[in-house]
Design a protein around this ligand. Structure first.
Ligand SMILES: Nc1ncnc2c1ncn2[C@@H]1O[C@H](COP(=O)(O)OP(=O)(O)OP(=O)(O)O)[C@@H](O)[C@H]1O
Length: 342
């Protein structure tokens, strides 16, 4: 193992990356986990070095409170998994933090700078970008054109540059080179002239992630990056997410698959009915009764975790054993409130 004494220095994986699934992470992963290791597993807990801070953010749709977050801090340089049953408010929270939607109340900031009332491109320019659950790759543009759309400072700036042709061409060339470097990293370079609409679902997810990186973000929010992706590409996508942390980015991702969450998260935040109901390292989450209750009560369509299944089975076995022991006396309640009999 090579010693790596420079935690935030240039990463080895950068320019030379060939697209092979990167490793499990070196110094950045260890640093992120060490920074979070001794924190209490409490909702709203202060992080040692928060990149994003959310305070009192609420969003209602008619009578429905989709998001109601009192306080949330996201540790810089770590991978934070955002989980919760369907309709918990995860996507709405992403929309709010990145300027795609505006809340009823609340403030939120990146590096101490308020992001309230900013449009998505302004938020992106400050370094906070997101991808979408349903990929937004524009199908009638080529892969390369999609990438160039992700370059920083598209609109007004490009108009000004157009008045100074030399500058414009230089910028265009630099953007194209950067796009090609990213496409090589994501193994999409051979498809640069294909229409995005011809890509598979997994390749579009890769394109979406690559495009997000065109603006050199500091914080990347990924909404279900693995959903609908075949197993071969899942590994590659997972590697790329870990790679973002290796390059010093802060990652927040929404995911339903608990194996994925356990594999790559340094910290997990759980939402239910708009609120944050638990926070902690991945291993803390499946032991948390509020989380289990939220999932069981939500009739969600995501699979239960192994721990959740074990818990349900254990409760059922206990109830059956009790019934057998008492020989039909099913009125006994000493093992807790859960009753499986009807
Ligand atoms: N534009 C909207 N208009 C009305 N209701 C909305 C709107 N957007 C979201 N909601 C509602 O807000 C709640 C939270 O939705 P959201 O999509 O944020 O949940 P989620 O946790 O991302 O769910 P999933 O895991 O299914 O994607 C849901 O009840 C949803 O129906």
């Amino acid at each position: 193992m090579p010693a790596d004494p420079t935690p935030h220095g240039a990463t080895a994986s950068g320019a030379g990356s060939t697209g092979a699934a990167p490793g499990d992470g070196g110094a950045p992963r260890r640093l992120a986990q060490m920074a979070l290791r001794d924190l209490p597993w409490e909702v709203g807990v202060a992080k040692p070095d928060p990149a994003v801070v959310v305070d009192g953010v609420t969003r209602t749709f008619g009578g429905l409170t989709a998001v109601s977050v009192d306080h949330l801090e996201i540790q810089r340089g770590g991978i934070t998994g955002l989980i919760g049953p369907n309709g918990a408010g995860k996507t709405t929270l992403f929309n709010l933090l990145t300027g795609f939607d505006q809340p009823d109340t609340g403030t939120w900031s990146f590096n101490g700078q308020s992001l309230g009332k900013l449009a998505p491109h302004q938020v992106a320019r400050l370094g906070v970008v997101r991808t979408f659950q349903l990929t937004k790759a524009l199908s009638r543009l080529t892969v390369l054109q999609n990438m160039l759309l992700g370059a920083q400072g598209q609109r007004g700036e490009s108009f000004l540059r157009a008045l100074v042709p030399g500058t414009w061409r230089a910028q265009e060339k630099a953007n194209t080179e950067k796009a090609m470097e990213l496409l090589r990293r994501f193994k999409l370079d051979a498809k640069k002239d294909d229409f995005a609409g011809t890509l598979s679902g997994g390749q579009r997810k890769l394109l979406e992630m690559a495009r997000a990186l065109m603006s050199d973000p500091k914080v990347v929010m990924l909404d279900e990056p693995m959903a609908g992706v075949n197993p071969a590409l899942t590994q590659s996508l997972l590697g790329h997410v870990k790679d973002l942390r290796e390059q010093g980015m802060t990652v927040i991702f929404v995911e339903h698959d608990m194996d994925v969450v356990r594999d790559i998260s340094d910290w997990v935040v759980v939402m239910a009915a708009g609120r944050i109901i638990a926070e902690g390292p991945p291993e803390s989450i499946s032991q948390n009764q509020a989380v289990v209750d939220a999932y069981l009560g939500a009739h969600h369509d995501a699979p239960l975790t192994v721990e959740e299944e074990d818990q349900v089975l254990a409760q059922a076995e206990k109830a059956i054993a009790r019934e057998e022991q008492t020989d039909g006396d099913v009125l006994s309640t000493d093992a807790g409130p859960e009753r499986t009999e009807r």
